[in-house]
Write a protein that binds this ligand. Sequence first.
Ligand SMILES: Cc1cc2nc3c(=O)[nH]c(=O)nc-3n(C[C@H](O)[C@H](O)[C@H](O)COP(=O)(O)O)c2cc1C
Length: 360
Amino acid sequence: MGEMKMEFPYKSLFEPIQIGTWNLRNRITMAPMTRCFAEDESGVVDQDIVEYYRAKAADGISLIITEGITVSSRAKGTFNLPGLYTNDQVVSWKKVTDAVHEEGGTIIAQLWHVGRLTHRDLIGGFAPQAPSAIRANGHVHRYGKPFDQPEAMSVVDIKKVIQSFKLCAENAVRAGFDGVEVHGAHGYLIDQFNSDVTNTRSDIYGGSLSQRLTFMKEVLSAVIEVTGANRTSIRFSEHKDDIKEFQWSDKEEAIKTFIEAFNEVGVKILHPSVNQYDKVIMNERTFHQLVRKHWDGLIIGVGNLNPELADNAIKENTINLAAFGRLILANPNFVYKLKKGIKLESYDSKKHLSKLFYNS
Ligand SMILES: Cc1cc2nc3c(=O)[nH]c(=O)nc-3n(C[C@H](O)[C@H](O)[C@H](O)COP(=O)(O)O)c2cc1C
């Protein structure tokens, strides 16, 4: 008796795709994940981080989205976050991008400003920056103090932060990144502008949802000028890390308004973020299905995806790329395991978060 031939189950997930200059060997994307292993004072990344990202590319992941990288010293929300606004930081990231490229991978830098979700002790004694002077509930990650009272940004502050994003996009190119992702999700600075809970401004940066998206649009325009639309992704979400109960009053309308904003500034790659990819949120559709209903461009899917779910989502064209977060941390040889049909280990933060490398 011959062996039973099983058909490879993840054909769509392993289908190559060309996006602008990116030659992606499959659809497997590493979701952005803060690791807190950068040098705290300088925001420089070291050789361990080079090897950490190299290993992901060597495993076969096609697109790596880095951990959130701060765009200025005031953008930082906890200890040991990397930056991309000094020359030393750029030089340190160049080693990462070289390593990833040596292994045939593509890597983009996630640009991040935490806004009010920090404390003055972490950002040189300055008050946290926010659209309005509204303090967040909760505690600073790994610091433990309550979030600090932020100050409302002036228009001059806003223009400076937009310039920081632009400078970091330029630095990303200098550091050899293949593009950038703007972190507009999860309740951080851009998302604080997007939400009516945190943005009560009466100037052009406040008002209706489409008006509140002005800051995000200006950041995106500035970044796209540098990296181009084919190399720029925007991450956005309904959920906020600090306001668990937050919901849009009409989810589909909100998504449509976001997409209008993205079209206005010429964005081509969306990374809509949810915690549970297959959760129906409105009109019998999931978040990503609602985005797809109104958007023909590229979509990166994410949110507790497993390989089967991801493969189907790509096959039915809801998403084009599938980002995995915790499964990639739990399985350092994630792609190899998928290819060989080896069972995946489930994520355990105690085991998989405290170190960059461990014996699997
Ligand atoms: C340890 C950890 C760090 C994260 N850091 C970031 C981050 O820096 N930027 C971001 O946009 N999302 C961040 N996320 C969210 C992930 O990108 C992803 O959306 C989330 O983990 C859901 O995907 P998963 O279920 O495949 O893990 C983080 C998640 C984890 C588990």
